[in-house]
Design a protein around this ligand. Sequence first.
Ligand code: C5P
Length: 214
Amino acid sequence: GQAGPLSGKHILITAGPTHEPIDPVRVIANRSSGKQGFAIAAAAAQAGARVTLVAGPVSLPTPGGVARVDVETAQQMADAVEAALPADVAILVAAVADWRVEAATKKLKKGDGPPELRFAPNPDILATLGTHPDRPSLLIGFAAETNDVVANARSKLSSKKADWIVANDVSGNVMGGSHNRIHLVTSDGVEDWPEAAKEDVARHLIARIAQEFS
Ligand code: C5P
């Protein structure tokens, strides 16, 4: 990577949604544009880090200097994250589907009526890294919340054994939008950041990470 405050560091980022197949032509998906995660990957590369970006299905260009691994399902995302370890920092921005479907191998036919889908839980990638033998020294999760934003982030911080939770208030027009309003929740307390463009939120987060290593 280039010279910068994070040169020599490996930063692993997940971004975008996951798609869980129902049959060969249909999926269940989470709503995520991938914009915030891609902006963080771009900012990390600009700060000199070696960046691995594990991306769910999105149509966004790969930021310069970023090694991208494309995946579709949560299980593939979990496997790609595991394969990318060790990392100094992991920032898990992806909106991972909590459940997968026991998918049909052939296309379901409309004439057969609405299918009864059977769900199974997906691995929680953030919680897995929280107790992993190769746990990144700075483990950062995201939490999109519409209410009790900080309280929910605090409970995620402890249940998933993360170091930071970047809580974003999605009660407004954040999903797919260009701006984000962040509360950074750490064991030390809460930082309320002003609403800003996702690129600025990304640069602010990367600067905050660099400060942690300085
Ligand atoms: O529990 P919730 O999905 O709200 O937690 C959000 C955080 O956990 C995000 O950082 C997200 O990327 C991560 N996560 C994950 N694997 C899952 C579910 C969530 O890494 N299966």
